[in-house]
Design a protein around this ligand. Structure first.
Ligand code: BMA
Length: 376
């Protein structure tokens, strides 16, 4: 039974919030308390993808493409590197719908290559598999990889579960993504890290998503942050970029998605945005799944990417297709991890759908920029 009709959030105004540290420049939802859901229902009965988005209906990667034990193939990082497309994907495997949750998931990371970004060849060996860990190992799982190529060298950002909390880590890898070498890891609790593809004002830059336990009302209220580094190892100068309340279609949490693309209007970047509705029930393998993940899009200032130049007030990609809404482990989850700008101005956006398959949508760069800059 699918029960995802209810929209969340509304509001079409934006303003400058002067309340955070004096002058945080960000878009803030001007909620008309009590009225916003009514307004949204009238204007838009369901969250929909932006008109400029074209979805490739068939997933680009599923468990059927994998030459080893595989079940849920999703949340991949994708980039163009050394004349081909490269992908590092997450594989949660072990249980079936019938045996879950008594049988626990194991997680591996796999590698795939492609000439066209659509048809992929998967390597025989995994890059990482937590079935090989020893009980005493501190790291318990690596997942949700993103790939950024900086100075012609590939880096991976990953979420890292450890015995003492969830950390975000950055790793170097080789040309064929066979081995990873973790060079830096955050303090808990942080994840969803994404590196910019070049230094800005002489420093490396990353977006990140800490998940504060205190001072956000005792529930999920997670925001999108930015830090700088002289060497990819030491990170600081941390700034809040976008808060969950700035996003009209989120009421739970937001976080970075794919590495940003440089445009003459700013750094174009997608983010994930989550709304939660306690009325939602079974939407996948679990008895209840109450969250919906959409992709949003924004432009960050070229020189100071902690500043939001513009943001679409509506989702860029919302769950709509069969794979996104009617099948899979956790339905209604759109989780982008790769965004590639082609020479002809087409942008490929890769995203995990329903935590089960990897999908692709395309749009024109100019349309994506217009979504962030147009007045609503
Ligand atoms: C988040 C992450 C993602 C996942 C999403 C939906 O917290 O764990 O890997 O896609 O939940 O389950």
């Amino acid at each position: 039974m699918n029960n995802f009709g209810t929209p969340y959030g509304a509001g079409f105004a934006c303003c400058y919030d002067q309340s955070y540290m004096g002058a945080r420049r960000a878009f803030v939802f001007e909620g008309v308390s009590g009225k916003r859901d009514e307004i949204m229902k009238l204007l838009q009965p369901e969250l929909r993808s932006a008109k400029c988005i074209t979805k490739i209906e068939k997933p680009v990667l599923t468990k059927d493409d994998i030459p080893y034990d595989a079940s849920l193939i999703f949340n991949a990082g994708v980039a163009k590197y050394k004349g081909r497309y490269v992908m590092v994907f997450r594989n949660d495997y072990g249980p079936t719908e019938e045996t879950y949750p008594a049988v626990r998931f194991k997680t591996s990371l796999g590698f795939a290559e492609s000439d066209d970004g659509i048809n992929w060849t998967v390597s025989e060996k995994t890059i990482f598999d937590n079935k090989n860990l020893l009980p005493e190992d501190e790291i318990r799982r690596l997942y949700d990889p993103r790939i950024t190529i900086i100075d012609n060298k590939p880096y991976l950002c990953m979420a890292m579960d450890t015995k003492h909390g969830v950390r975000g880590c950055i790793a170097e890898t080789d040309d064929n993504f066979e081995k990873i070498n973790i060079i830096s890891a955050s303090a808990p609790d942080n994840r969803n890290m994404v590196l910019f593809p070049e230094k800005i004002n002489g420093k490396y830059v990353r977006l990140e998503r800490p998940f504060p336990v205190y001072s956000r009302g005792g529930k999920d209220r997670f925001d999108l942050w930015l830090s700088n580094s002289p060497d990819l190892i030491f990170w600081g100068e941390t700034e809040l970029v976008l808060a969950v309340e700035d996003v009209p279609f989120a009421n739970d949490k937001i976080g970075p998605a794919a590495p940003p693309i440089k445009t003459d209007k700013g750094w174009l970047t997608v983010f994930h945005a989550v709304d939660k509705d306690e009325n939602r029930g079974k939407n996948g393998w679990e008895t209840a799944w109450k969250k919906r993940y959409c992709a949003g899009i924004m432009l960050l200032d070229l020189q100071d990417p902690s500043k939001v130049v513009g943001m679409s007030k509506l989702p860029l990609i919302a769950p709509e297709t069969y794979h996104e809404t009617e099948s899979g482990f956790r339905q209604h989850v759109i989780f982008p991890g790769g965004m590639i700008l082609e020479d002809n101005g087409e942008v490929k956006i890769y995203y995990g759908a329903s935590d089960t398959v990897e999908c692709l949508a395309t749009a024109k760069l100019d349309d994506l920029v217009a979504l962030c800059t147009e007045k609503r």
